[in-house]
Design a protein around this ligand. Structure first.
Ligand code: NDP
Length: 311
């Protein structure tokens, strides 16, 4: 039966604020024990989006009382020089989390670098040891965006156990860890990717559909089971009028933003598909808001884990 109720908007901003408040309280508790969790953010070169992300991460640290440091080597830095920097950060007692903002310039060996970060300080959860721990459901530093997805579901009291979760995308950063976290919460998980046949057949079977493919408005209403939960991870900037019309025709608020900025953000889910859902994360204001909050939570977690304190 098709639901006639309006879908619930899963407000990422509100949930992220709640998490940040909790993190700030934990930071205060640690301060009473003489501990100040610290994050080092390494930003190579001058990719504008990366600069915005890193500045925002450093600012959030300040807001919540964590120590933070931004290290910004030029994009001519070599892999060896980056490795030396990571080794130095690994050895510093005032640094609990090391974040290497991706993407790195093509000449830098990203895989080697991510593996050089001490697993205990790997607040992005990208180290193979942390990926392995995640897979075997041991306390670990889980990647921030997938961890944020789980927080949205839990804090919105949406059932996960026994639900069929379908993940679009199998990246190491989003798709695969999201699948693992959902599996550990007893969802039945299907992972789809660019070689999946009859994608719509799978997406229509989803109680929870996570879209993380980086294709603007890819998930259309016909691909969604009415009443399903839609988690839209995609962040796609559109600049063409024809694309704008395809997604947001008649949306006055977006039209104004598009005219002012020359671009707007759309997720991997077509806005029309949200109307079919039971609940959904908007873009912007959904999953994206959780990523930095979870980074902060991971930094405090890393500070505790490294000192053997209870979580
Ligand atoms: P990747 O490019 O690393 O991975 C994309 C995945 O989508 C791949 O597994 C790919 O399949 C799959 N895919 C691509 N096209 C299709 C298709 N037509 N049909 C089915 N599957 C397809 O992306 P990320 O995982 O890093 O990011 C995904 C999206 O999430 C992006 O929009 C990104 O901007 C956003 N993002 C948002 C974050 C946030 O904070 N909200 C954080 C991180 C990412 P295959 O493996 O076969 O190539």
């Amino acid at each position: 039966m098709i639901s006639t109720l309006s879908p619930t908007v899963l407000d990422g901003t509100r949930i992220a604020e709640a998490i940040k408040t909790e993190v700030a309280m934990q930071v205060q508790q640690l301060a009473a024990q003489g501990i100040r969790p610290g994050l080092a953010a390494v930003l190579v070169g001058s990719v504008p989006a990366s600069q915005i992300y890193v500045r925002s991460k450093v600012q959030t640290c300040k807001d919540l009382g964590l120590y933070s440091e931004m290290i910004a080597p030029p994009d001519t830095i070599t892999t060896e020089e980056m490795l030396a920097l990571v080794v130095q950060l690994n050895g510093r007692d005032d640094i609990d989390g090391i974040l290497i903002q991706l993407p790195l310039p093509a000449h830098v060996d990203t895989k080697r670098l991510l593996e050089a970060v001490l697993p205990e300080k790997d607040v992005d959860g990208f180290h193979p040891i942390n990926m392995g721990r995640l897979q075997s459901n041991q306390p670990a530093l889980a990647p921030c965006t997938p961890a944020g997805i789980l927080e949205i579901l839990k804090r919105s009291h949406l059932p996960v156990a026994g639900q069929h979760a379908v993940i679009l995308g199998r990246s190491d950063i989003v798709g695969k860890p999201a699948a693992m976290l959902l599996l550990h919460e007893n969802a039945t998980v299907t992972i789809c990717h660019s070689k999946t046949r009859d994608l719509a057949h799978h997406t229509r079977a989803a109680d929870i559909l996570v879209a993380a493919i980086g294709r603007p408005g890819f998930v259309t209403p016909e691909m969604v089971r009415p009443g399903a939960i839609l988690i839209d991870v995609g962040i796609n900037r559109i600049t063409e009028q024809k694309d704008f019309d395809r997604f947001f025709a008649g949306n006055v608020k977006r039209e104004t933003a598009f005219r002012e900025k020359g671009s707007v953000i759309v997720g991997d889910v077509h806005p029309k598909a949200f109307e079919v859902a039971g609940a959904y994360t908007p873009v912007p204001g959904g999953v994206g808001k959780l990523t930095i909050a979870m980074l902060m939570a991971n930094t405090v977690r890393a500070a505790r884990l490294r000192r053997g304190l209870p979580l």
